[in-house]
Design a protein around this ligand. Sequence first.
Ligand SMILES: [Ca+2]
Ligand SMILES: [Ca+2]
Ligand SMILES: [Ca+2]
Length: 604
Amino acid sequence: MGVRARAPGGVPTERRTGGRGGSPNAAPDRCSWPAPEPAPNRAPHRRGPNRVQTHVSARLALTVAFLLALAPAAAARPNVVVLMTDDQTLESMAVMPKTRALIGAEGTTFTRSFTNYSLCCPSRSTLFTGQYAHNHGVLSNTPPTGGFTRLDTSNWLPLWLQAAGYRTMHAGKFLNGYGRDTPAAPPGFNDWHGTIDPSTYNFYNFTVSENGVPRAYSGVYSTDFIAARANGLIAAAAPSAQPFFLSVAFVAPHSGGPREADDPPGIATPAVAPKYANAFAALPLPTPPAFNEADMSDKPLAMQGRPAISAVRATRMQEAYQQRLESLLSVDDAVESIVSALRSTGELDNTLILFTSDNGFFAGEHRVPAGKLLPYEPSIRLPLLMRGPGVPSGATANQLVTNADLAPTIADAANATPARIEDGRSLLELVGDPGVEWGRELLLEGGNARGLTFSGLRNYRWKYIEHTNGEVELYDLERDPYELQSLHPDPAFATVKARLAARLAILRTCVGRTCRIRPALRLHVRRRQCRFVAAVRGADVSAIELVKFSVRRRQPARDARAPFRRSVKPVGVRPGRRFVVRATVRTDDGRRVTMDRRARTCAR
Ligand SMILES: [Ca+2]
Ligand SMILES: [Ca+2]
Ligand SMILES: [Ca+2]
């Protein structure tokens, strides 16, 4: 069962929308989801003010412009392009100047972005659902606890976007194990170009499911291929008035074949494009304080059993580290070409672009020579850059964000309705209000083929981890950003540990709102005659370390002592007008939250 979709130039083509029909290799009917209506039958969507016809009279143009200004954001829905690397660390963004310039400098750079679960398949499932792993249920890369077949693709982001009128497209790597049983496209994609596992992990010899039909490619470098395919999809989708969603997933800097002459023994590397081979051959392996951690006695037993990294091993790791960075140079080129394709088709200004990775990677920190799937910072931190309509350019966002926020962000931009309960929140709310703090803490999860083996809580200051074998870890990230000394056995931290444990108990099984619990505080603003007094009260008031009171987000007055009550002056607010008082609170257990209250000046 296919639906008619308009191809560029108005030629109708048969496009599959699900696991049924469309190709001789189509999947058996895996999911009985309702097929979404084809988008071309829906009302046309305005793609941006530049689309306003120019031949109307000046008067009519003014009227149209006025009405468009009044129309809800839903009328001007942007395209959405998600660019994802595999196993890329935050620090490696240093070798991607084009991406930083074209997306970061032209948009917002997030400095505290984390993955809920630092492994490919659980992380990508979160991208497509907006849910933490314990809610989408993909807990590893292989069945029965994980892998592509574990995710319920009858209810996920691509279908929500189709239902909202989007043309949906994918190029590159997909959930682990995709294509092993059938090359059928998953439901919800109008244009599907996913690489079939395990061929995904060969940079020069891979098979792509082209709308359900497998086609083998050899001799072309995977990153270049995925970029070219993405650009072809952009060119095909651009002429239509229908907005599009494009997911582009590169394999780099993940390891993959073929074997190269300089590949070190015993450690996996990606393949590097010839033009970038040995581009970083002179670059030493970084040795941050956590590298080859000297004293592992604070860590769980499994970590204590890790041997120190020998000089020989470090030399091999250095080659792997260099190749990973060299592979990212091709991704940097790919990002440039995709941005350029968006520009040349006139779509760039009306496209929300997100650049991120699925998880981080170790390079010797805590004696982990390679890999991820542990709760430490190199594994869980992600690059996240975002540009597009409503995203300030040249901005930095320092708030805690999770990959569970990405689906809510995309749905928000597209005016789509998620049909799952979202654990994350739209980042568009956050970038529009740089000082805002949501008060939530992030859930970290990890495990193996048998299921979850740890869960943890991370906030601005603390990381608290509980392993299913009973071991715990507690790091003060302000004083110990490299996680060299777990404080869990120290009685001086028993109180904070107990508070974090109580909150982790809620997060571990949270759903939606309970994943975003804020400190129990309220802001009260009282007017006495024409003077205003703001006060923060609530059950968590004893945890407050600092309050900043501001009016119209300006000139905050700091208050570090109970009872956290201040007179506030609505300077510059005219008589009889409303204004906003904001309290920004920092607690002694690592939380930050802002609270806003409206008040009105005296009429005079
Ligand atoms: Ca990965
Ligand atoms: Ca290699
Ligand atoms: Ca090399």
